[in-house]
Write a protein that binds this ligand. Sequence first.
Ligand code: CP
Length: 357
Amino acid sequence: MVDKSIDNEVSDSELQTQPLVPDVTNPHTDRAEALLSYIKEKPSPLLELANQSIVSARQFNRDMVVQLCRLAAKYEMNPIPVQRPLTGKILISAFYEPSTRTRLSFESAWHRLGGDIMSITDLGTTGIAKGESYHDVGEMLSGYGDLVVLRDTNEKAIYEMMEALRIPIINAGNGIDEHPTQALADMYAIFKWRKGLIEYVIKPEQKVRIGIIGVPDRMRTVRSLLLFLSLFPDAWQEVVIISNAPTIFSTGQREELEERGLNIRVSADLDDELPNLDIVYINAIAWVGDGYEEHGLDYKLDGHSKLKKNAIILHPLARGEELSTELDKTEHNWYFDQARGAVFIRMALLTCYVWLF
Ligand code: CP
């Protein structure tokens, strides 16, 4: 029997009438619709992805990114598709490092496409804790599921697993090396914001200046994003890396990006750069080993930051003090929509495997 004598602070009727928490996600679904109409459908680039494991942003070409964004926009317009193309297929979601967005958005995407999931969230519960090799784990996973999504602090783990895997694998963050599907989510947010940036020829006044507050040498999200940006070099007036780190690029990294067409400048002065930036991408952490490094803590964005009127802020999250919640309710906040859009871009990528299965 329910004890009615308990003095609840909120009565049942009050609970029913309490409003939901205000939505600060600021979803840009109208932009998804516009992007969908803007991009002409071309299936062949997605067919090329069907038989690939995804380890690096280097595996993508321009058409693949554009067509994935088109399909993502289609899913954003219709997040619960009538057709469930992954019915009966099993995703092995192996996250040996903490994750909120990547694991849950991959799993949400797989569920929405009708598939089933086996999820590992702690390396200590697997044979790796007993010294089992990634090679042997790969052998086992080949018999248990249809696709693996792996996050691991050890950047070589994915390559060792691939030596034995007979099913595709997607890199969900390997150490400080790469995080290609996060960068796909970043590109999807950018193209929703300005669909014209997908064009080969862009008028000078329509090019945008992007500032990245972060350290390409240490941050996997930034490493992958820069590679994707370099597929669309004409879209950016310049890419300004804002950092005061002693080492900003790894050996050959800047040279490679410049060869791919990016116009890169480095600045240590955020206040100086901010009023001229159209896109401000900020990140302050890099997961290394069992913990995380913090970078650029002198750089902060808050309600007093001198942002350009229509500038958007992107952040791969999780955020810390570098990005004040004061900005959540402003038009600059595209970071929540960027995280929400990750479900749709991952649905688009996972749909490519339907042709393989
Ligand atoms: N962006 C990103 O990788 O977030 P999670 O660590 O929460 O997956």
